[in-house]
Design a protein around this ligand. Structure first.
Ligand code: PHB
Length: 401
């Protein structure tokens, strides 16, 4: 049996976790038959339900729930109880939120989160305690590169993937120099790197990265600099409430016709209605889009709409697939969440029947997936081609997954 302790992740540093006096857990040995386990399996859903990413967290939770209902409320033969925690997209609060889930709330598996900084506390706990973790959004590359682990999986993307696709597509259009505008945190920086790599793959270059602190939305000082940069296009990573504001401000500054705006698809995902005419014509790259024609997507979109009264978006897809992945892993261990090796092997061997199109999982536990080029038109992110097919994150530095 792996040594499982409830070590604290207070303080948040990956190296220096302290010790929290929590009662020892009566975890079952790896081979315990399902009958000997507590009937109820508690799963922690740590997501933002307030702040700029609130709608993203709600979409993930709703779609996770949708698949759980399809499974009759059970995974691996055990009745699932979800424990929701609002992480507020605040990295400073992440260690105590994770500790609460693993301590007081006694969850046996974790699902979270959206924000690349916040996810680090979840990754740390999952690595140290071999708790299954499915990341349903946060693209922090470290989670599936140098910090990869047997129990850590992503149902989403790495920050590098969509931005790489966008850079490649832009270079293919003949753009030679581009800039990137984003928030100053892991997702912004890593997507800038992906964008630059994609541009370079097509013979173009990223000449400037402009940032502002997360989750600020005072874009004017950055917008004012763009015309003087000598670039032919501007790429960006923003999402949620911040993306609504950025796209509106970009149009209001009169930049749309001078410098075409593009980005990782989060820029226009789930927010097109709120952006209105300001988003019309913006091209982005993402692992999902409107017009993906497969039976799973059709059924998923109808069921999601029926249960939430909202249109599905990439966040909903990632939440749904997080539930699929966890259910597959737990089916492989007959509900034993502590059987890290077996659970991991079951997910790793699966082809996930996703609404985005079926995907496999790389050796570092990140989806290998097509990045679509989309164009915003009449309230839809219409797929207009493939920006990069069957794209895997480079997985650099991953040894142990
Ligand atoms: C992230 O912080 O990794 C992140 C947040 C929102 C997105 C995508 C990535 O839409």
């Amino acid at each position: 049996m792996p040594s499982i302790s409830r070590r604290s992740v207070l303080g948040g540093s990956l190296a220096g976790a302290g010790t929290l006096a929590l009662p020892p857990l009566a975890l079952p040995p790896l081979t315990t038959p399902a009958l000997a386990q507590p009937a109820v399996l508690r799963i922690g859903l740590m997501l933002p339900f307030t702040g700029t990413f609130a709608a993203l967290g709600e979409a993930i939770a709703s779609a996770f729930n949708l698949h759980l209902k399809e499974l009759g409320g059970k995974m691996g033969g055990r009745t699932v109880e979800l424990v929701r925690v609002d992480d507020e997209s605040d990295p400073a609060k992440a260690p105590s939120n994770v500790n609460r889930l693993l301590g007081r709330e006694k969850v046996e598996a974790l699902v979270g989160t959206v924000h690349s900084g916040v996810v680090m506390a979840l990754v740390q706990a999952a690595r140290e305690q071999q708790i299954p973790l499915i990341i349903p959004n946060a693209g922090n590359v470290a989670a599936t590169r140098e910090l990869c682990a047997p129990s850590v999986f992503r149902s989403s993307f790495s920050n590098w993937q969509p931005a790489y696709g966008m850079g490649k597509a832009l270079a293919a259009k003949g753009i030679k120099k581009a800039a990137w505008v984003t928030w100053d945190y892991a997702a912004g920086k890593e997507s800038a790197e992906g964008f630059g790599d994609g541009l370079r793959a097509g013979g173009a270059e990223l000449t400037k990265v402009l940032t502002l602190p997360f989750p600020e939305t005072n874009f004017q000082p950055l917008l004012a600099q763009l015309p003087g940069l000598g670039v032919q296009a501007v790429g960006s990573f923003f999402a949620g409430g911040g993306a609504i504001q950025f796209v509106k401000d970009y149009a209001a500054a009169g930049l749309r016709d001078k410098l075409p705006l593009c980005g990782s698809g989060f820029l226009t995902e789930g927010v097109l209605k709120a952006q209105g005419a300001a988003a019309e014509g913006i091209q982005t790259a993402l692992h999902y889009g409107d017009g993906i024609d497969n039976a799973k997507n059709t059924a998923f979109r109808a069921a999601y709409k029926a249960t939430t009264n909202r249109d599905a978006d990439v966040y909903a897809v990632q939440g749904y697939d997080a539930a699929q992945m966890l259910a597959i892993g737990l089916a492989g261990t007959k509900g034993d969440a502590a059987a890290a090796k077996e659970l991991s092997a079951a997910i790793r061997a699966a082809k996930i029947d996703s609404p985005r199109g079926a995907f496999t999982i790389s050796a570092s536990h990140n989806p290998v997936q097509t990045i679509w080029l989309r164009e915003a038109k009449n309230g839809e992110n219409r797929v207009i081609g493939a920006a990069a097919e069957a794209l895997a994150d480079p997985g650099t530095g991953c040894k142990a997954a």
